[in-house]
Design a protein around this ligand. Structure first.
Ligand code: FES
Ligand SMILES: [Fe+2]
Length: 426
């Protein structure tokens, strides 16, 4: 990606072990415009989880890739993703963020659509000429919709490769996360929504950044010490590229995991339950994979903007730029369906304590990213951000190979490089 036809915006010099990103990519409105066309319109984007629309008529409405969408289960039992825009003159037919509905009546002129997206009623339809066919005026759908083990994705690129190919190496990590559930995952009711003044790619970097834990989150580490977390387990692990811009850091450390790593503050009764969960994992997957599922944490980035944190709680978040220096985040808690209420409460408590907007981590992270964005006002003089840590060794968890994976794919897409294409674009 070039700033002005001469200068590269991402410098990737493997021989010298140098990787840097030009800071204009965090502040330029032209770059954001190009990202909308080349990145968000050319990727698979997360819409939601099938458990959010379990019963006929259940829906959630959310913005994805700049479009207003409704994910809904129709009376026929089928899950659909619809564009939330009336085919008459554009109003959003659904004005709630979630609920259950047989029909949506547009607030403007009262055209009515059923929960399968079909246009079911038009006041005074006799006013239209011979061209008018209700069956052609249903709510539109994005060109591509696909699911992977309950996670629903959409793409606005009709010719994008299939979702499973797109996921590349991220599929195996997703499986490791989803396999902790014995009968599927569910999303807990409620969305955490927040926004802050930073470029969206700073949150990508931060979500898979193991280098900042000790400096930015030392208050949380102090807190964990004070409640007796097991600091005999050192923080160790590695980051790696998973192909197609996806990346992960996998690590073990002092924090416990509801599945299935005990920490002393949870008490003896919980310890026995955790041991039982672990034993069932060993029975299902063998000791090695069971240990990876139970005792290792992971922060997974599915390019470009889906982050799954499988740490002391399991969370899913997406985020979109509103302006170069402003983004909106949505986050949800995911949990194994079969776990009891107590485990769900523990997971939600962990979510709020660390990752919630008022938790130990998120305000610290947001302050750091806010501060980077403020610092970028000096980007004409301090032009480059450095992402070369660990380039000349086997990357460990504090290195940045996983971030470079994102930036390499981003740079390729911004230069107009082809997504692997299922079929030629018409
Ligand atoms: S815009 Fe929906 S009925 Fe007119
Ligand atoms: Fe952080």
């Amino acid at each position: 990606m070039h700033a002005n036809g001469r200068m590269k915006l991402v410098v990737d010099d493997q021989r010298r072990g140098l990787f840097r990103v030009h800071r204009s990519v965090f502040v330029s409105p032209e770059i954001l415009e190009l990202e909308r066309r080349n990145v968000f319109d050319r990727s698979w984007l997360y819409v939601g989880h099938e458990s959010e629309v379990r019963n006929p008529g259940d829906f959630v409405a959310r913005d994805v890739g700049g479009r207003p969408l409704i994910m809904i289960r129709g009376t026929d039992g089928q899950l659909r993703v619809l564009i939330n825009s009336c085919t008459h003159r554009g109003a959003q037919v659904c004005r709630e963020t979630s609920g259950n509905a047989k029909t949506f009546q547009c607030f403007y002129h009262a055209w009515t659509f059923n929960n399968q997206g079909e246009l079911a009623g038009v006041p005074d339809a006799a006013g239209y000429g011979g061209w008018f066919r209700k069956e052609e005026l249903g709510l539109k759908q994005p060109p591509r919709i696909a699911s992977y083990r309950g996670l629903i994705f959409t793409s606005f690129d009709p010719a994008i490769e299939d979702l499973t190919d797109y996921l590349a190496g991220a599929k195996e990590v997703l499986d490791t996360i989803l396999d902790q559930a014995e009968d599927g995952m569910q999303i807990a009711a409620g969305t955490q929504s927040y926004s802050f003044r930073a470029n969206w790619k700073l949150l990508v970097e931060n979500s898979i950044d193991g280098y900042h834990l000790r400096s930015t989150h030392h208050t949380y580490l102090e807190y964990l010490k004070s409640v007796g977390a097991d600091f005999g387990r050192p923080f160790r692990g590695y980051g790696r590229s998973l192909g197609n811009g996806h990346a992960v850091i996998e690590h073990s450390g002092p924090m416990g995991r509801p599945c299935a790593l005990w920490e002393p503050r949870w008490g003896e009764e919980v310890r026995r339950e955790i041991e039982a969960i672990k034993a069932r994992l060993v029975a299902r997957f063998g000791p090695e994979r069971a240990e990876r599922i139970a005792e290792w944490n992971r922060n997974l980035l599915i390019y470009p903007n889906l982050v799954i944190n499988d740490i002391m709680s399991l969370t899913v978040r997406t985020f979109y730029p509103v302006e170069p220096g402003y983004l909106e985040v949505s986050a949800w808690a995911m949990m194994p369906r079969s776990e009891g209420a107590r485990w769900h409460a523990l997971r939600l408590d962990n979510f709020l304590t660390f990752l919630g907007p008022g938790g130990f981590a998120t305000p610290d992270d947001l302050s750091a990213l806010d501060s980077c964005q403020l610092g970028f006002r000096g980007c004409k003089e301090t032009e480059w951000s450095d992402i070369s840590r660990g380039m000349t060794r086997d990357p460990d968890v504090t290195d940045e190979e996983q971030m470079r994976a994102f930036w390499r794919r981003w740079s390729e897409q911004m230069e107009g490089g082809s997504t692997a294409r299922k079929r030629a674009v018409a």
